[in-house]
Design a binder for this molecule. Sequence first.
Ligand code: FES
Ligand SMILES: [Fe+2]
Length: 472
Amino acid sequence: MYTNVWYVAGRSDTLTEEPVKVTMLGADLVLFRDADGQARCISNVCPHRGSNLAAGTLYKDGTLACPFHGWRFNGDGDCTLVPSRRDHEVQVVAPRARIDAYATVEKYGLIWVCLGDEPDAASPIFDIPEWGNDAWRFTYNEEIWDADYHTSKFTNLDYVHLPVVHGILFQGNENPIQAPEHHVTATEHGYQSVMQINAKPSEGVWSTLRDEGTKVESIMKFFVPGFTLRGQVEIGGIGSGMFNIFYEFTTPIDEYRCVMRHYFLRNYKMEADFDAEHTRRNLQNVHQDKRLAESQRPRGAPTGPNPHGIYTHDEDKIMLTYWGLMERMRNKGWQIDRDRLVELERKPYVRIIPSPVRKANPDGWTLPAMPRVPAGQATEWPVSELSFVDIDSIEPTRPKNYGECEPVKPHDPLSNATLEWEAAALERIQKAPEFVQPMIIENAEKAAKENGSNFVTVALLEELQAKQQGRR
Ligand code: FES
Ligand SMILES: [Fe+2]
Protein backbone atom coordinates (compact mmCIF):
# COMPACT_ATOMS: atom_id res chain seq x y z
CA MET A 1 0.00 0.00 0.00
CA TYR A 2 1.15 3.54 -0.73
CA THR A 3 1.25 6.82 1.17
CA ASN A 4 1.15 10.23 -0.53
CA VAL A 5 -1.87 9.36 -2.59
CA TRP A 6 -5.14 11.31 -2.56
CA TYR A 7 -7.73 8.72 -1.54
CA VAL A 8 -11.50 9.11 -1.48
CA ALA A 9 -12.53 8.94 2.17
CA GLY A 10 -16.26 9.42 1.76
CA ARG A 11 -19.08 11.35 0.23
CA SER A 12 -19.36 15.04 1.18
CA ASP A 13 -23.06 14.94 1.98
CA THR A 14 -22.60 12.16 4.54
CA LEU A 15 -20.30 14.31 6.72
CA THR A 16 -22.49 16.65 8.74
CA GLU A 17 -22.51 17.35 12.49
CA GLU A 18 -20.97 14.15 13.78
CA PRO A 19 -17.38 12.94 13.44
CA VAL A 20 -17.05 9.89 11.18
CA LYS A 21 -14.49 7.13 11.66
CA VAL A 22 -12.88 5.71 8.51
CA THR A 23 -10.23 3.05 8.11
CA MET A 24 -7.79 3.47 5.25
CA LEU A 25 -4.43 1.69 4.74
CA GLY A 26 -5.32 -0.20 7.92
CA ALA A 27 -5.12 3.01 9.98
CA ASP A 28 -8.05 4.48 11.91
CA LEU A 29 -8.83 8.07 10.98
CA VAL A 30 -11.60 10.49 11.82
CA LEU A 31 -13.34 12.98 9.53
CA PHE A 32 -15.15 16.03 10.86
CA ARG A 33 -16.13 19.55 9.85
CA ASP A 34 -14.32 22.50 11.45
CA ALA A 35 -15.84 25.86 12.45
CA ASP A 36 -15.76 27.00 8.80
CA GLY A 37 -17.50 23.84 7.66
CA GLN A 38 -14.31 22.51 6.05
CA ALA A 39 -13.80 18.74 6.08
CA ARG A 40 -10.76 17.73 8.15
CA CYS A 41 -9.05 14.39 8.71
CA ILE A 42 -6.81 13.44 11.64
CA SER A 43 -5.68 10.16 13.19
CA ASN A 44 -8.51 8.67 15.24
CA VAL A 45 -6.20 7.48 18.01
CA CYS A 46 -5.92 9.84 20.97
CA PRO A 47 -2.21 10.37 21.74
CA HIS A 48 -2.98 10.31 25.47
CA ARG A 49 -4.32 6.78 25.97
CA GLY A 50 -5.44 5.70 22.55
CA SER A 51 -9.17 6.40 22.76
CA ASN A 52 -11.46 6.43 19.76
CA LEU A 53 -11.81 10.12 18.93
CA ALA A 54 -14.74 9.52 16.58
CA ALA A 55 -16.79 8.58 19.65
CA GLY A 56 -16.07 12.01 21.15
CA THR A 57 -17.90 15.33 20.88
CA LEU A 58 -17.50 17.88 18.13
CA TYR A 59 -17.54 21.51 19.37
CA LYS A 60 -18.67 24.61 17.51
CA ASP A 61 -15.11 25.99 17.51
CA GLY A 62 -14.19 23.07 15.23
CA THR A 63 -12.39 21.00 17.87
CA LEU A 64 -13.03 17.37 18.61
CA ALA A 65 -13.04 16.22 22.25
CA CYS A 66 -11.69 12.81 23.18
CA PRO A 67 -14.40 10.65 24.83
CA PHE A 68 -12.08 9.67 27.76
CA HIS A 69 -10.56 12.82 29.35
CA GLY A 70 -11.99 15.37 26.98
CA TRP A 71 -8.74 16.68 25.48
CA ARG A 72 -9.60 18.71 22.42
CA PHE A 73 -7.91 18.55 19.03
CA ASN A 74 -8.34 20.78 15.99
CA GLY A 75 -8.16 19.90 12.31
CA ASP A 76 -4.43 20.74 12.21
CA GLY A 77 -3.78 18.08 14.84
CA ASP A 78 -2.98 20.55 17.65
CA CYS A 79 -4.25 19.86 21.14
CA THR A 80 -6.07 23.07 22.11
CA LEU A 81 -7.39 22.23 25.56
CA VAL A 82 -6.92 19.86 28.50
CA PRO A 83 -10.22 20.49 30.36
CA SER A 84 -9.00 19.34 33.78
CA ARG A 85 -6.38 22.12 33.66
CA ARG A 86 -8.04 24.61 31.38
CA ASP A 87 -6.26 27.59 32.98
CA HIS A 88 -2.88 26.23 31.85
CA GLU A 89 -1.24 26.12 28.46
CA VAL A 90 -1.68 22.69 26.91
CA GLN A 91 2.04 22.32 26.23
CA VAL A 92 2.68 22.80 29.98
CA VAL A 93 0.06 20.28 31.12
CA ALA A 94 0.66 17.74 28.38
CA PRO A 95 3.82 18.40 26.38
CA ARG A 96 3.86 16.65 23.02
CA ALA A 97 0.07 16.28 22.87
CA ARG A 98 -0.57 16.45 19.12
CA ILE A 99 -1.93 14.26 16.45
CA ASP A 100 -1.25 13.50 12.78
CA ALA A 101 -3.43 15.60 10.46
CA TYR A 102 -3.82 15.11 6.72
CA ALA A 103 -4.48 17.40 3.77
CA THR A 104 -8.20 17.18 2.99
CA VAL A 105 -10.27 18.70 0.17
CA GLU A 106 -13.79 18.29 -1.14
CA LYS A 107 -14.24 17.93 -4.87
CA TYR A 108 -16.94 16.41 -7.05
CA GLY A 109 -19.11 15.59 -4.05
CA LEU A 110 -16.33 13.52 -2.47
CA ILE A 111 -13.94 13.98 0.45
CA TRP A 112 -10.35 13.44 -0.68
CA VAL A 113 -7.57 12.90 1.87
CA CYS A 114 -3.88 12.80 1.02
CA LEU A 115 -2.60 10.04 3.28
CA GLY A 116 1.02 10.97 3.64
CA ASP A 117 3.51 13.65 4.52
CA GLU A 118 4.09 15.20 1.07
CA PRO A 119 0.69 16.25 -0.32
CA ASP A 120 2.31 18.75 -2.69
CA ALA A 121 4.35 16.00 -4.32
CA ALA A 122 1.41 13.58 -4.67
CA SER A 123 -0.29 13.16 -8.06
CA PRO A 124 -2.89 15.96 -8.24
CA ILE A 125 -6.61 15.23 -8.22
CA PHE A 126 -7.76 15.11 -11.84
CA ASP A 127 -10.70 16.91 -13.44
CA ILE A 128 -14.20 15.49 -13.68
CA PRO A 129 -15.43 17.79 -16.46
CA GLU A 130 -18.98 16.37 -16.35
CA TRP A 131 -19.46 17.37 -12.68
CA GLY A 132 -21.98 20.19 -12.22
CA ASN A 133 -22.99 20.05 -15.89
CA ASP A 134 -26.71 19.53 -16.45
CA ALA A 135 -26.04 17.63 -19.65
CA TRP A 136 -25.02 14.67 -17.46
CA ARG A 137 -27.03 12.55 -15.11
CA PHE A 138 -25.10 10.97 -12.22
CA THR A 139 -26.00 7.97 -10.09
CA TYR A 140 -23.87 6.71 -7.23
CA ASN A 141 -23.01 3.34 -5.75
CA GLU A 142 -20.77 2.43 -2.82
CA GLU A 143 -19.83 -1.00 -1.53
CA ILE A 144 -17.13 -2.94 0.28
CA TRP A 145 -15.26 -5.63 -1.60
CA ASP A 146 -13.73 -8.46 0.37
CA ALA A 147 -10.61 -8.31 -1.80
CA ASP A 148 -7.49 -6.14 -1.80
CA TYR A 149 -7.52 -3.02 -3.92
CA HIS A 150 -4.95 -4.09 -6.54
CA THR A 151 -6.75 -7.36 -7.26
CA SER A 152 -10.08 -5.52 -7.30
CA LYS A 153 -8.74 -2.92 -9.72
CA PHE A 154 -7.28 -5.56 -12.02
CA THR A 155 -10.72 -7.05 -12.67
CA ASN A 156 -11.34 -3.95 -14.75
CA LEU A 157 -7.95 -2.93 -16.06
CA ASP A 158 -7.80 -5.32 -18.97
CA TYR A 159 -9.69 -6.04 -22.13
CA VAL A 160 -9.68 -9.84 -22.42
CA HIS A 161 -11.93 -10.17 -19.39
CA LEU A 162 -14.68 -8.23 -21.21
CA PRO A 163 -15.81 -11.19 -23.37
CA VAL A 164 -14.98 -13.82 -20.74
CA VAL A 165 -16.50 -12.22 -17.63
CA HIS A 166 -19.06 -9.80 -19.04
CA GLY A 167 -19.96 -11.52 -22.32
CA ILE A 168 -18.92 -8.41 -24.33
CA LEU A 169 -17.47 -10.03 -27.46
CA PHE A 170 -15.21 -8.17 -29.88
CA GLN A 171 -17.39 -8.81 -32.86
CA GLY A 172 -15.90 -8.18 -36.23
CA ASN A 173 -12.62 -9.57 -34.95
CA GLU A 174 -11.67 -12.90 -36.44
CA ASN A 175 -11.18 -13.99 -32.86
CA PRO A 176 -13.88 -12.28 -30.75
CA ILE A 177 -11.90 -12.90 -27.54
CA GLN A 178 -8.82 -11.07 -28.82
CA ALA A 179 -8.75 -7.39 -27.89
CA PRO A 180 -8.39 -5.11 -30.93
CA GLU A 181 -5.18 -3.09 -31.10
CA HIS A 182 -5.20 -0.43 -28.40
CA HIS A 183 -2.89 2.42 -27.59
CA VAL A 184 -1.70 2.90 -24.04
CA THR A 185 -0.09 6.20 -23.06
CA ALA A 186 1.27 6.68 -19.57
CA THR A 187 2.36 9.64 -17.47
CA GLU A 188 3.57 9.80 -13.89
CA HIS A 189 -0.01 10.27 -12.68
CA GLY A 190 -1.82 7.60 -14.65
CA TYR A 191 -2.44 6.24 -18.11
CA GLN A 192 -5.02 5.99 -20.82
CA SER A 193 -5.91 3.32 -23.32
CA VAL A 194 -8.03 3.85 -26.41
CA MET A 195 -9.67 1.12 -28.45
CA GLN A 196 -12.37 0.93 -31.12
CA ILE A 197 -14.61 -2.08 -30.77
CA ASN A 198 -17.50 -3.64 -32.51
CA ALA A 199 -19.23 -5.10 -29.47
CA LYS A 200 -22.73 -6.54 -29.55
CA PRO A 201 -25.30 -4.10 -28.10
CA SER A 202 -26.67 -5.23 -24.72
CA GLU A 203 -30.05 -6.85 -24.32
CA GLY A 204 -33.42 -5.20 -23.72
CA VAL A 205 -33.75 -1.43 -23.92
CA TRP A 206 -30.02 -1.11 -24.64
CA SER A 207 -30.35 -2.85 -27.98
CA THR A 208 -32.34 0.12 -29.34
CA LEU A 209 -29.53 2.62 -28.71
CA ARG A 210 -27.25 1.45 -31.47
CA ASP A 211 -27.39 -0.47 -34.74
CA GLU A 212 -25.68 -3.81 -34.72
CA GLY A 213 -22.36 -3.71 -36.55
CA THR A 214 -21.55 -0.07 -35.71
CA LYS A 215 -18.35 0.56 -33.82
CA VAL A 216 -17.96 2.13 -30.40
CA GLU A 217 -14.87 3.79 -29.04
CA SER A 218 -13.76 2.83 -25.57
CA ILE A 219 -11.47 5.16 -23.65
CA MET A 220 -10.13 3.86 -20.36
CA LYS A 221 -8.19 6.16 -18.07
CA PHE A 222 -6.50 5.29 -14.82
CA PHE A 223 -5.55 8.01 -12.33
CA VAL A 224 -3.35 7.42 -9.29
CA PRO A 225 -5.52 9.75 -7.12
CA GLY A 226 -8.38 7.68 -5.77
CA PHE A 227 -7.01 4.71 -7.72
CA THR A 228 -9.66 5.88 -10.14
CA LEU A 229 -10.69 4.19 -13.33
CA ARG A 230 -12.66 6.26 -15.81
CA GLY A 231 -14.37 4.31 -18.54
CA GLN A 232 -16.07 5.99 -21.46
CA VAL A 233 -18.05 4.37 -24.24
CA GLU A 234 -19.97 6.21 -26.95
CA ILE A 235 -22.86 3.88 -26.50
CA GLY A 236 -24.87 4.94 -29.53
CA GLY A 237 -21.88 4.32 -31.81
CA ILE A 238 -19.08 6.68 -32.87
CA GLY A 239 -20.46 10.14 -33.68
CA SER A 240 -23.79 9.54 -31.89
CA GLY A 241 -22.87 11.84 -28.99
CA MET A 242 -24.49 9.41 -26.52
CA PHE A 243 -21.98 8.52 -23.84
CA ASN A 244 -21.88 6.09 -20.98
CA ILE A 245 -19.17 7.04 -18.52
CA PHE A 246 -18.23 5.65 -15.15
CA TYR A 247 -15.75 6.67 -12.51
CA GLU A 248 -14.63 3.92 -10.17
CA PHE A 249 -12.81 5.15 -7.04
CA THR A 250 -11.04 2.53 -4.96
CA THR A 251 -9.86 3.05 -1.40
CA PRO A 252 -7.93 0.36 0.49
CA ILE A 253 -9.47 -0.28 3.91
CA ASP A 254 -6.46 -2.47 4.61
CA GLU A 255 -4.48 -5.18 2.77
CA TYR A 256 -7.57 -7.35 2.42
CA ARG A 257 -10.57 -5.15 1.70
CA CYS A 258 -11.42 -2.01 -0.21
CA VAL A 259 -14.29 0.39 -0.72
CA MET A 260 -15.51 0.69 -4.30
CA ARG A 261 -17.38 3.85 -5.16
CA HIS A 262 -18.93 4.49 -8.54
CA TYR A 263 -20.38 7.41 -10.38
CA PHE A 264 -22.37 6.19 -13.36
CA LEU A 265 -23.00 8.96 -15.90
CA ARG A 266 -25.10 9.26 -19.02
CA ASN A 267 -26.16 12.07 -21.35
CA TYR A 268 -29.10 10.24 -22.97
CA LYS A 269 -32.38 8.96 -21.55
CA MET A 270 -32.09 11.64 -18.87
CA GLU A 271 -35.40 10.88 -17.16
CA ALA A 272 -35.05 9.93 -13.48
CA ASP A 273 -37.08 6.79 -14.15
CA PHE A 274 -34.19 5.39 -16.13
CA ASP A 275 -31.75 5.65 -13.16
CA ALA A 276 -32.63 2.24 -11.75
CA GLU A 277 -32.11 0.44 -15.05
CA HIS A 278 -28.89 2.39 -15.70
CA THR A 279 -27.58 1.50 -12.24
CA ARG A 280 -28.73 -2.09 -12.62
CA ARG A 281 -26.95 -2.52 -15.96
CA ASN A 282 -23.71 -1.01 -14.61
CA LEU A 283 -23.85 -2.98 -11.37
CA GLN A 284 -24.30 -6.19 -13.30
CA ASN A 285 -20.75 -5.74 -14.62
CA VAL A 286 -19.46 -4.46 -11.28
CA HIS A 287 -20.78 -7.51 -9.42
CA GLN A 288 -19.36 -9.93 -11.96
CA ASP A 289 -15.97 -8.32 -11.27
CA LYS A 290 -16.58 -8.38 -7.52
CA ARG A 291 -17.26 -12.12 -7.43
CA LEU A 292 -14.10 -12.68 -9.42
CA ALA A 293 -11.87 -10.48 -7.21
CA GLU A 294 -13.18 -11.90 -3.94
CA SER A 295 -12.38 -15.45 -4.94
CA GLN A 296 -8.87 -14.84 -6.32
CA ARG A 297 -5.85 -16.08 -4.39
CA PRO A 298 -3.62 -15.32 -2.61
CA ARG A 299 -5.62 -12.97 -0.42
CA GLY A 300 -3.98 -9.69 0.51
CA ALA A 301 -2.46 -6.83 -1.44
CA PRO A 302 0.70 -7.86 -3.29
CA THR A 303 3.67 -5.55 -2.71
CA GLY A 304 4.56 -5.71 -6.40
CA PRO A 305 4.11 -7.91 -9.46
CA ASN A 306 4.89 -11.61 -9.06
CA PRO A 307 8.49 -12.01 -10.36
CA HIS A 308 7.66 -15.57 -11.49
CA GLY A 309 4.29 -14.60 -13.01
CA ILE A 310 3.23 -15.22 -16.59
CA TYR A 311 2.91 -11.95 -18.49
CA THR A 312 1.20 -12.14 -21.84
CA HIS A 313 0.58 -9.53 -24.46
CA ASP A 314 -3.22 -9.26 -24.40
CA GLU A 315 -4.13 -10.14 -20.84
CA ASP A 316 -1.39 -8.43 -18.85
CA LYS A 317 -0.02 -5.50 -20.85
CA ILE A 318 -2.16 -2.88 -19.11
CA MET A 319 -1.57 -4.37 -15.66
CA LEU A 320 2.18 -3.94 -16.10
CA THR A 321 1.68 -0.26 -16.90
CA TYR A 322 -0.13 -0.02 -13.56
CA TRP A 323 2.73 -1.72 -11.73
CA GLY A 324 5.11 0.74 -13.40
CA LEU A 325 3.24 3.60 -11.68
CA MET A 326 3.45 1.78 -8.34
CA GLU A 327 7.18 1.31 -8.85
CA ARG A 328 7.63 5.06 -9.20
CA MET A 329 5.89 5.58 -5.86
CA ARG A 330 8.01 2.91 -4.23
CA ASN A 331 11.15 4.61 -5.52
CA LYS A 332 10.02 7.86 -3.92
CA GLY A 333 9.89 6.14 -0.52
CA TRP A 334 6.08 6.13 -0.35
CA GLN A 335 5.37 2.41 -0.13
CA ILE A 336 4.49 0.98 3.28
CA ASP A 337 7.06 -1.63 4.29
CA ARG A 338 4.88 -4.71 4.61
CA ASP A 339 7.61 -6.98 6.01
CA ARG A 340 8.49 -4.61 8.83
CA LEU A 341 4.84 -3.96 9.53
CA VAL A 342 4.12 -7.67 9.93
CA GLU A 343 7.04 -7.85 12.35
CA LEU A 344 5.77 -4.87 14.38
CA GLU A 345 2.20 -6.16 14.47
CA ARG A 346 3.23 -9.28 16.34
CA LYS A 347 2.97 -7.07 19.39
CA PRO A 348 0.18 -4.57 20.16
CA TYR A 349 0.64 -1.88 17.56
CA VAL A 350 -1.26 1.10 16.17
CA ARG A 351 -0.99 2.06 12.53
CA ILE A 352 -0.27 5.75 12.14
CA ILE A 353 0.20 7.20 8.67
CA PRO A 354 3.03 9.78 8.51
CA SER A 355 1.69 13.33 8.10
CA PRO A 356 3.09 16.74 7.05
CA VAL A 357 3.07 17.89 10.72
CA ARG A 358 5.25 14.94 11.64
CA LYS A 359 7.60 15.55 8.72
CA ALA A 360 8.08 19.15 9.90
CA ASN A 361 8.61 18.05 13.53
CA PRO A 362 9.85 14.48 13.51
CA ASP A 363 10.62 14.18 17.24
CA GLY A 364 8.54 13.72 20.33
CA TRP A 365 5.51 11.77 19.06
CA THR A 366 3.80 9.30 21.38
CA LEU A 367 3.24 6.74 18.60
CA PRO A 368 5.64 5.98 15.74
CA ALA A 369 4.59 6.26 12.09
CA MET A 370 4.25 3.18 9.91
CA PRO A 371 7.52 2.03 8.34
CA ARG A 372 8.04 2.69 4.63
CA VAL A 373 10.45 1.26 2.11
CA PRO A 374 13.31 3.81 1.99
CA ALA A 375 13.49 5.99 -1.12
CA GLY A 376 16.00 4.71 -3.58
CA GLN A 377 15.86 1.17 -2.25
CA ALA A 378 15.76 -0.44 -5.65
CA THR A 379 12.71 -2.50 -6.52
CA GLU A 380 13.75 -6.12 -6.35
CA TRP A 381 11.93 -6.96 -9.56
CA PRO A 382 11.58 -3.90 -11.77
CA VAL A 383 8.64 -4.12 -14.15
CA SER A 384 11.04 -3.64 -17.05
CA GLU A 385 12.77 -6.90 -16.17
CA LEU A 386 9.69 -9.11 -16.02
CA SER A 387 9.71 -11.57 -18.88
CA PHE A 388 6.99 -10.71 -21.31
CA VAL A 389 5.69 -12.83 -24.19
CA ASP A 390 5.92 -10.67 -27.31
CA ILE A 391 3.40 -12.65 -29.31
CA ASP A 392 3.33 -10.37 -32.37
CA SER A 393 6.77 -11.52 -33.48
CA ILE A 394 5.81 -15.22 -33.34
CA GLU A 395 4.16 -16.93 -36.33
CA PRO A 396 0.85 -18.70 -35.47
CA THR A 397 1.02 -22.47 -35.94
CA ARG A 398 -2.55 -23.48 -35.14
CA PRO A 399 -5.59 -23.28 -37.41
CA LYS A 400 -7.62 -20.10 -36.92
CA ASN A 401 -10.62 -21.93 -35.50
CA TYR A 402 -8.55 -23.81 -32.91
CA GLY A 403 -10.47 -24.35 -29.67
CA GLU A 404 -13.91 -23.64 -31.12
CA CYS A 405 -16.35 -25.95 -29.41
CA GLU A 406 -19.51 -25.81 -27.29
CA PRO A 407 -19.32 -25.79 -23.47
CA VAL A 408 -20.79 -28.84 -21.70
CA LYS A 409 -23.18 -26.61 -19.81
CA PRO A 410 -23.88 -23.56 -21.95
CA HIS A 411 -25.02 -21.19 -19.20
CA ASP A 412 -21.79 -20.71 -17.34
CA PRO A 413 -22.79 -18.06 -14.79
CA LEU A 414 -19.51 -16.19 -15.15
CA SER A 415 -19.40 -15.95 -18.91
CA ASN A 416 -23.07 -15.39 -19.45
CA ALA A 417 -23.73 -11.72 -18.93
CA THR A 418 -27.40 -11.85 -19.83
CA LEU A 419 -29.80 -11.37 -16.96
CA GLU A 420 -33.48 -11.71 -17.60
CA TRP A 421 -35.00 -8.48 -16.43
CA GLU A 422 -38.74 -8.31 -16.42
CA ALA A 423 -40.42 -4.93 -16.57
CA ALA A 424 -42.27 -5.61 -13.32
CA ALA A 425 -39.05 -6.40 -11.47
CA LEU A 426 -37.55 -3.15 -12.64
CA GLU A 427 -40.61 -1.24 -11.56
CA ARG A 428 -40.27 -2.64 -8.06
CA ILE A 429 -36.69 -1.41 -7.83
CA GLN A 430 -37.59 1.98 -9.23
CA LYS A 431 -40.10 2.45 -6.44
CA ALA A 432 -37.50 1.78 -3.74
CA PRO A 433 -35.56 4.73 -2.27
CA GLU A 434 -32.44 5.54 -4.32
CA PHE A 435 -29.96 4.42 -1.71
CA VAL A 436 -31.60 0.99 -1.32
CA GLN A 437 -31.66 0.23 -5.04
CA PRO A 438 -28.10 -1.13 -5.39
CA MET A 439 -28.73 -3.30 -2.31
CA ILE A 440 -31.87 -4.84 -3.79
CA ILE A 441 -30.09 -5.53 -7.05
CA GLU A 442 -27.15 -7.10 -5.26
CA ASN A 443 -29.31 -9.30 -3.02
CA ALA A 444 -31.42 -10.43 -5.95
CA GLU A 445 -28.35 -11.32 -7.98
CA LYS A 446 -26.92 -13.23 -5.04
CA ALA A 447 -30.14 -15.12 -4.46
CA ALA A 448 -30.40 -15.97 -8.14
CA LYS A 449 -26.87 -17.41 -8.06
CA GLU A 450 -27.68 -19.41 -4.92
CA ASN A 451 -30.65 -20.89 -6.75
CA GLY A 452 -28.24 -21.93 -9.49
CA SER A 453 -29.70 -19.43 -11.92
CA ASN A 454 -28.37 -16.39 -13.69
CA PHE A 455 -31.75 -14.73 -13.89
CA VAL A 456 -33.34 -12.21 -11.55
CA THR A 457 -37.10 -12.52 -11.87
CA VAL A 458 -40.20 -10.99 -10.32
CA ALA A 459 -40.87 -14.29 -8.56
CA LEU A 460 -37.45 -14.13 -6.94
CA LEU A 461 -37.91 -10.52 -5.84
CA GLU A 462 -41.27 -11.45 -4.31
CA GLU A 463 -39.66 -14.36 -2.48
CA LEU A 464 -36.96 -12.06 -1.09
CA GLN A 465 -39.50 -9.52 -0.03
CA ALA A 466 -41.61 -12.17 1.73
CA LYS A 467 -38.53 -13.42 3.58
CA GLN A 468 -37.65 -9.90 4.66
CA GLN A 469 -41.16 -9.19 5.90
CA GLY A 470 -41.14 -12.49 7.81
CA ARG A 471 -38.02 -11.33 9.63
CA ARG A 472 -39.56 -8.06 10.81
S1 FES B 1 -7.42 9.15 26.23
FE1 FES B 1 -7.92 10.90 25.10
S2 FES B 1 -7.84 12.45 26.57
FE2 FES B 1 -7.23 10.72 27.68
FE1 LIG C 1 -14.93 -5.78 -15.49
